[in-house]
Design a protein around this ligand. Sequence first.
Ligand SMILES: CSCCC(=O)C(=O)COP(=O)(O)O
Ligand code: MG
Length: 242
Amino acid sequence: MTATAAAARPTVVLTDIEGTTSAISFVKDTLFPFARAALEDFLRRRGGEPAVAEQLAEVRRLQPGREVAEVLRGWMDEDAKVTPLKALQGMIWQEGYAAGRLQAHFYPDVVPALRSWSRSGVELCVYSSGSVEAQRLLFGHSEAGDLTPLFHGFFDTRVGAKRESESYRRIAAGLHRPAGEILFLSDVAEELDAAREAGMQCCQLVRAEDGTRPSGRHAEASSFPEVAARFGLPGAEMRNLT
Ligand SMILES: CSCCC(=O)C(=O)COP(=O)(O)O
Ligand SMILES: [Mg+2]
């Protein structure tokens, strides 16, 4: 029997948001309803701005002959990860953060671990269905302040869908790193399957608060310090503090 070589310590951590850094309930019960409630007023006020009009044109291209707001509401109902919807939601959230009506949620173990990984030279990146602009807003509005300087890269559905391995190959190529040096963190097994197919190391976040079911197909952790312990990253000692 040949021994399997142990995976090298990751040089990049690529993290999902919903169910991984932040509660699913924050996204589903705060962010999504905020965007839904503000949609029509937002379209009336800002629909003529070039950046908004560009996304509305993309909605019409994908769903010709239908009323734009109706299409967007339908996608919201399905939680469809469609790029123009995600871009428009991000623009609506921007107003909410700017008005102090939104503040991002992070699990308490996340920020100390991100700081510790960043300090030790690990490159931090995000891959979420939320637009890059929405990701920057979220990490820019934590209770601990602006976390965006900790991050090296942000990726959204413009690199492809999260359940397709090609998306992870594009991310690795964009970072100029072998996929095997990248650790992808997500609560969704199908996303982890795709990342593993592309050669990334993977860990499923199984957060009790989110009711995540362990898939049994990937390494598992219930917090970021537990991820640290499994993958040789700093911050494992914080397991006892959170
Ligand atoms: C930038 S936070 C909003 C996340 C979002 O819009 C979403 O659809 C959740 O996507 P994820 O890929 O983080 O599960
Ligand atoms: Mg997720």
